[in-house]
Design a protein. Structure first.
Ligand code: ADP
Ligand code: MG
Length: 572
C-alpha cells in the first residue's frame, strides 16, 4: 500500500488558481459546467476505448453523470462512470496545464486584475474553476479496466500543493467532491443545482441525474428519495432539430467543445444527405487562440460516428487554413474503428472535408456580404483575428481560390483620406469599383511594415495620378501573391516591378514628353550603366517618381526586394 504523498503544482497552475479565485468570482456557477463537461469527455473517451475492448464497460454499461449534495457536510459531489484516471494521469492532468502556449499566456498577464480576468476567460478555466467555491477538493478516481485496489485519491486546498494516495474504488470513473467555502451554501440546493445544469449543460448527451426530492406531508419537510431523475435533455445537441435548439444552447455547446469561455462569432448547423451522410455543427470563434501559429496544433473538430465519439482534433476534416473552426462532425458512413491513418485515405472523409470547407466559406461570405452593419462588423472582427490564416487558403486550396480571394481584405492608400491606414478593410471588389478610367490592373505595394509600404517611393506616381494601391505587409502576403496572379480578369501588379505601364492612364502629351526626356538623358544613362555594371542590371530614366531622385526596382520576372529579404532571413 503506497503512502500519502504531497506534490507541488506547476507554477502556472498556482498562478491560474490565484487569478481565478479573484477574477471569476462574479461568475462562479460555471464550476458545474466545467466539471460536467469533463465528466462528459471522460464518458466519450471510455466509449471510444471500449470499441476495441468491450471489457472496459465492466458491468456498468450505462454511462451517466450524477450530481449530489450533502447539506450537513457542506459538500457537492459530481460523479461519472467514464474513463477515470490512473495515478500518473491524476498527477499530470490535475497538477499541470497541458495546453500549448501556456507559458506565453502567463507571461502576458499584467497583474491588473480586470484585464487579466478577461484573458483568463479566453484561456479556458476547466477543473481548477471549482476552487472558486471550494476550499478543498477531493477527487476519487479509478481507471476503466484497472482493479478495485488501484483507485487514487487526489486532494488539494488549492494553494501550492496536492496530495495523492492509493484507495480502494470498486466503481469505475471519477467522483469529485467540493468542500464549499464559507458563504457558498446557496449551492446546497437541488433547485439551484438543477437550474445551473439546465442553463449550461442541457446539451450534454449523457443523462445528468440527481436524486428526487419530495414534500413529506407528515414530516412537513422535503425528503430526498432513493429515486433518480434526469435533469437535462440528454440527447446529442447536433442531432436535434435546429428549431428545437435555442441560441443559448448553441453557445453553451460551443463552450463545451471548444473549451473556450467566450461565445462564438458565428456557427452553422446542417444535416447533409445524399452520397455521404453526416451532420456538421461548426463554429467560428470570436478570438484567435494562443496557439494559432503552432504548427503541431491539430484542428478543432470532434469526430463522431453515429453519435459515438471517435476523436478530438480530427485534422483531416478541415483544411489547415480553416484550423480555427471548432465543432462536431457526425458521420453515418465511417466505420466505428476508424483511425487517423484510415481518415487520411478515406473518400468519405474527403467528401466531408470538401462539404465542410464550402459551409465555412459560405458562413464567412454571409457575414462579409451582409447589408446589416452588425454582420459586417462581425466580418471585420473575424478578419482581424483570422485573416492572415485565411490567406493561406489561396495557396492551399486551389479549388476555392476565387471564393477565398473575394473574402480577402487589405490596407490601401484609399483608406483614411488617401494617407493610408493600417486597417485591412478593402476588398478587391471595392478596389475595382474605384479604378480609374482606363486602368486595367490592380496595383499593390508590399513591405515589411505598414510604414515602409506606405512611404515607398514607388507610390509617388500613383498618388499623382490618383490611382489606389493596396498595401500588403503581412508575412504571408508575398507567398500568397505567388498563387494569385489576377482577380476577375484584372492582373495584380506590383508597383515595384519592371517597366511600369500605367497604360492609357498616361496621356499622349506625357508620352511625347517622356520620349524627349529619354533622348536628352541618353548619354548620362549610358555612363551610369557602365559605372554600375556589376551592381545594376539596367539603368533607366524613370517617370514614376515625383519627389525622390532615384529608386531601385526589381525585374518583372524576379523576386521582389521584400521577398528576397524574407528568404535571406530564413537562411535560403
Ligand atoms: P480540459 O478539459 O480543457 O482538458 P480541465 O482543466 O477541465 O481541462 O481538465 C484537465 C484534465 O483532467 C482533462 O483533460 C482530463 O484529462 C482530466 N480530467 C478532469 N476531469 C476528469 C474526469 N471526470 N474523468 C477523467 N479525467 C478527468
Ligand atoms: Mg474541461
Amino acid at each position: 500500500v503506497s503512502e500519502k504523498q504531497t506534490l507541488g503544482f506547476q507554477a502556472e497552475v498556482k498562478q491560474l488558481l490565484q487569478l481565478m479565485i479573484h477574477s471569476l468570482y462574479s461568475n462562479k456557477e460555471i464550476f458545474l459546467r466545467e466539471l460536467v463537461s469533463n465528466a462528459s469527455d471522460a464518458a466519450d473517451k471510455l466509449r471510444f476505448e471500449a470499441i476495441n475492448n468491450g471489457a472496459l464497460f465492466e458491468n456498468d454499461p450505462e454511462l451517466k453523470i450524477k450530481v449530489a449534495f450533502d447539506k450537513a457536510a457542506r459538500t457537492i459531489t459530481i460523479s461519472d462512470n467514464g474513463i477515470g484516471m490512473s495515478r500518473d494521469e491524476a498527477i499530470s492532468h490535475l497538477g499541470t496545464i497541458a495546453k500549448s502556449g501556456t507559458k506565453e499566456f502567463f507571461s502576458k498577464l499584467s497583474g491588473d486584475q480586470q484585464k487579466d480576468a478577461a484573458l483568463i476567460g479566453q484561456f479556458g478555466v476547466g477543473f481548477y474553476s471549482a476552487f472558486i467555491i471550494a476550499d478543498k477538493i477531493t477527487v476519487d478516481t479509478r481507471r476503466a479496466g484497472a482493479s478495485a485496489t488501484e483507485g487514487v485519491r487526489w486532494e488539494s486546498a488549492g494553494a501550492g500543493d496536492f496530495s495523492i494516495e492509493a484507495i480502494d474504488k470498486p466503481s469505475r470513473g471519477t467522483d469529485i467532491t467540493l468542500h464549499l467555502r464559507e458563504g457558498e451554501d446557496e449551492y446546497l440546493s437541488a433547485w439551484k443545482l438543477k437550474s445551473i445544469i439546465r442553463k449550461y449543460s442541457d446539451h450534454i448527451s449523457l443523462p445528468i441525474v440527481m436524486q428526487k426530492e419530495e414534500w413529506d406531508e407528515e414530516k412537513k419537510e422535503t425528503v430526498v428519495k432513493d429515486e433518480f431523475e434526469t435533469v437535462n435533455q440528454a440527447s446529442a445537441l447536433w442531432a436535434r432539430n435546429k428549431s428545437d435548439i435555442t441560441e443559448e444552447q448553441y453557445v453553451e455547446f460551443y463552450k463545451h467543445v471548444s473549451h473556450d469561455f467566450e461565445a462564438p462569432l458565428t456557427y452553422t448547423h446542417n444535416r447533409v444527405e445524399g452520397r455521404s451522410e453526416y451532420t456538421q455543427l461548426l463554429y467560428v470563434p470570436s478570438r484567435a487562440p494562443f496557439d494559432l501559429w503552432d504548427r503541431n496544433k491539430r484542428g478543432g473538430i470532434k469526430l463522431y460516428v453515429k453519435r459515438v465519439f471517435i476523436m478530438d482534433d480530427a485534422e483531416q476534416l478541415m483544411p489547415v487554413y480553416l484550423r480555427f473552426v471548432k465543432g462536431v462532425i457526425d458521420s453515418s458512413d465511417l466505420p466505428l474503428n476508424v483511425s487517423r491513418e484510415i481518415l487520411q485515405e478515406s473518400r468519405d472523409v474527403r467528401v466531408i472535408r470538401e462539404g465542410s470547407t464550402k459551409r465555412v466559406l459560405g458562413l464567412l461570405e454571409e457575414l462579409a456580404n451582409s447589408d446589416d452593419q452588425a454582420q459586417k462588423d462581425k466580418y471585420a472582427s473575424f478578419w482581424k483575428e483570422f485573416g492572415q490564416v485565411l490567406k493561406e487558403g489561396i495557396g492551399e486550396d486551389a479549388g476555392n481560390k476565387e471564393r477565398i480571394a473575394k473574402l480577402l481584405r487589405f490596407a490601401s492608400t484609399s483608406n483614411a483620406d488617401g494617407n493610408g491606414s493600417e486597417a485591412q478593410t478593402v476588398s478587391f471588389a471595392d478596389y475595382i469599383g474605384r479604378m480609374k478610367e482606363g486602368q486595367d490592373k490592380i496595383y499593390y505595394a508590399t513591405g515589411e511594415t505598414f510604414a515602409a509600404a506606405k512611404n515607398s517611393p514607388h507610390l509617388e506616381i500613383f498618388r499623382k495620378k490618383g490611382v489606389e494601391v493596396l498595401l500588403l505587409t503581412d508575412r504571408v502576403d508575398e507567398w500568397m501573391l505567388s498563387f494569385l496572379q489576377d482577380f476577375e480578369g484584372k492582373e495584380l501588379a506590383s508597383v515595384a516591378k519592371g517597366g511600369l505601364d500605367l497604360g492609357t492612364l498616361e496621356d499622349e502629351a506625357e508620352k511625347k514628353q517622356h520620349e524627349e526626356t529619354e533622348t536628352q538623358f541618353k548619354d548620362l544613362v549610358e555612363k551610369m550603366k557602365g559605372a554600375l555594371a556589376d551592381k545594376a542590371k539596367d539603368v533607366r530614366v524613370t517617370f514614376r517618381l515625383t519627389d525622390s531622385p532615384a529608386c531601385l526596382v526589381a525585374d518583372e520576372n524576379e523576386l521582389s526586394g521584400n521577398l528576397l529579404r524574407m528568404l535571406k532571413a530564413a537562411g535560403q
